[in-house]
Design a protein around this ligand. Structure first.
Ligand code: 4NP
Length: 169
């Protein structure tokens, strides 16, 4: 991926995870990625955040179901919901949507080709299953949907960490 190679030599990489509501998938990705970075004692090199393309839950903590499932894996999700803003395209190096709808919304918001190049779908980093080329919205699902999202995100974030770490300083 060209955009990943373009991070070569950077001291810090800034990653924004994006979903629709910013209360289920992207705050989970945000919490998982922070935990991975912390495990590697690598907080200096990573800036991590998440946001939603929709504004229905702005100011809220993540969905209580997602918080419960994440807690069972040792993760406390404390992100406060916010909407994606145009400035995010300058403030972050990688902008990572969870599904095709989030992706097309981001492409609509992007102002330049450079902004568009920063958008890489989360599923590109997932290699645990060929069944998912997107991270499915768990909002109207049961426990299985939340567990599936966490499995996909733990796999994808671990790969994202490895891939980017090899490129940056
Ligand atoms: P998320 O899930 O995009 O993973 O945060 C959703 C949360 C809320 C809604 C839809 C999806 N909603 O319609 O309120």
């Amino acid at each position: 991926m060209d955009i990943i190679n373009s991070l070569k030599g950077k001291e810090k990489v800034r990653v924004l995870f994006v979903c629709l509501g910013n209360i289920c998938r992207s705050p989970a990705a945000d919490g998982i990625m922070r935990a991975i970075v912390e495990e590697h004692n690598d907080g200096e090199r990573w800036e991590i955040d998440s946001a939603g393309t929709g504004g229905y839950h702005v100011g809220d903590l993540p969905d209580s179901r997602m918080r419960i499932h994440a807690r069972r894996r040792g993760l406390e999700l404390t992100h406060v919901c916010r909407k994606v803003r145009v400035a995010d395209f300058d403030d972050f190096d990688l902008i990572i949507p969870m599904d095709a709808s989030n992706e097309s919304n981001l492409h609509r918001m992007a102002q330049t080709i450079e902004h568009e190049a920063k958008i890489i779908p989360m599923a590109k980093f997932v290699d645990m299953s060929l069944r998912y080329d997107y991270i499915p919205d768990p909002y109207y699902e049961g426990a299985e949907g939340f567990e599936l999202v966490l499995d996909l995100l733990q796999n994808g974030c671990a790969n994202l960490y490895e891939i980017v770490s090899k490129v940056i300083k």
